[in-house]
Write a protein that binds this ligand. Structure first.
Ligand code: NZQ
Ligand code: ZN
Length: 384
């Protein structure tokens, strides 16, 4: 039997023209810092719309948060908040801006050197500034969860943190905000959300029937809309992508069931070392990871084969092979390459990647804590 606590305080406001709702969602007397990325929100008018909705509130802006946000940049926002005594944060962007905002919210009041927040994976965070988000890229689920990932440029460390204090108070999900996304980012969104569900589902059975059926529903939805997302998506496809990506990592499908996350942790090293988009690292690592760990994941792989890909013919080994192959070709169908060689990374890179995993304490990964550096090495070798 499983047990869990589930608490998710984030209010979701979903639909067209919902940015105007900021006026009631942000306290009237708030001193607001609006945080955004490298310029897309300025170019496509979202930033102006946000500023308009905030009306006469005291507002400061902080732009330039990178994809894969850096500690170095975010600490400048922390200084600005302290200096200007700002008390409410509003993230306008994708996972990077929202994650960055979470870190900033926690760092402002942190006693000590804020990088410790990452070194301790969030365990020492005791408070954070309140914040909300306007989501412009459906992918990470950051808009409705309490996790973030921050990179320290100087050491090439990309580390995750979680804290009950960094749930967004609200997130505005207007599917029209995805209209300016290039196909590459839309594809990334599908692949990231898909892998989030897999990391929480494809482990070993614990009779979590509802969690399994929810997870399979999300995966099937992604399989169904995946091709449409790249091929001139209509409004309904955009809306479904946005909602499925949020549900993929808001804690619901993972409640009470074993979770893996080794694909993510290995993938983070590929982003930190080579700048590969987060979702693309997952598309490289996941098929190889499933292959290498097929014994410990056997029961769930067979369930995944049958319920997600409708594979029922052949021996167990053949069905597992087919499910892994379908996973790989799903990513490839999104125009996402799934081999390290496709990103100009060869076998000579693996030692350094393993050393970084070790340096970051990622030595007992996975649902069984059995993904040691040696197993990670075999996964990377199988990804070549
Ligand atoms: O920076 P700007 O100019 O805004 O451009 C961004 C960026 O270049 C652009 N973009 C965003 N919205 C747009 C747009 N371009 C046109 N129109 C729009 N509406 O897209 C690019 C990528 O944005 P980014 O926020 O980096 O992408 P994503 O949402 O995929 O976030 C990736 C980050 O989230 C972390 C990843 O590690 C990575 O750092 N993750 C966070 C998680 C979480 N908080 O739970 C879980 C995930 O597994 C993931 O690790
Ligand atoms: Zn992810």
């Amino acid at each position: 039997m499983f047990d869990f606590e589930f608490h998710n305080p984030t209010k979701i406001v979903f639909g067209r023209q919902t940015v105007a709702r900021l006026d009631t969602l942000v306290p009237a007397n708030a001193r607001v810092l609006v945080l955004y990325g490298g310029g897309s929100a300025q170019k496509n008018g979202t930033l102006d719309e946000v500023l308009g909705a905030l009306g006469s509130r005291e507002i400061q802006q902080f732009g330039g948060i990178e994809a894969n946000p850096t500690y170095e940049t975010l600490m400048r926002a922390v200084e600005l908040i302290r200096e200007q005594k700002l008390d409410f944060l509003l993230a306008v962007g994708g996972g990077s801006v929202i994650d960055g905002t979470k870190f900033v919210a926690a760092a402002v009041a942190y006693q000590g050197e804020p990088w410790e927040i990452l070194e301790t994976y969030g365990a020492k965070v005791t408070q954070a500034l309140p914040f909300g988000s306007v989501l412009t890229l459906p992918a990470t689920g950051s808009e409705m969860n309490n996790g973030g990932v921050v990179t320290r440029k100087s050491t090439q460390s990309k580390l995750p943190f979680r804290s009950p204090h960094v749930f967004p108070q609200f997130s505005i999900l207007d599917p029209d905000k995805t209209l300016t996304l290039p196909p590459r980012q839309l594809a990334n969104g599908v692949a990231d959300a898909f892998t989030h569900v897999v990391e929480q589902y494809l482990t070993y059975p614990v009779e979590g029937r509802v969690q399994d059926r929810f997870a399979e529903g999300l995966l099937q939805t992604l399989v169904e809309i995946g091709p449409k997302v790249l091929n001139d998506p209509d409004d309904d496809v955009r809306a479904n992508l946005m909602w499925v990506a949020t549900l993929a990592l808001n804690g619901l499908v993972g409640a009470g069931v074993p979770q893996d996350w080794s694909t993510h942790m290995i993938g983070h090293e590929l982003t930190a070392g080579y700048g590969i988009d987060h979702a693309r690292t997952l598309a490289v690592v996941l098929p190889a990871n499933l292959q290498i760990r097929r014994e410990s994941k056997r029961r769930k792989l067979l369930q995944y084969a049958e319920r997600v890909w409708h594979i029922t013919d052949g021996s167990e080994e053949q069905r597992i092979d087919a499910a892994i192959e379908r996973t790989r070709s799903f990513f490839e169908s999104l125009d996402i390459r799934t081999r390290l060689h496709d990103y100009d990374i060869g076998a000579d890179a693996i030692d350094a990647l393993i050393a970084q995993l070790e340096a970051h304490g990622m030595t007992r990964l996975g649902e069984g804590k059995d993904v040691t550096p040696d197993v990670s090495r075999r996964i990377l070798e199988a990804s070549l």
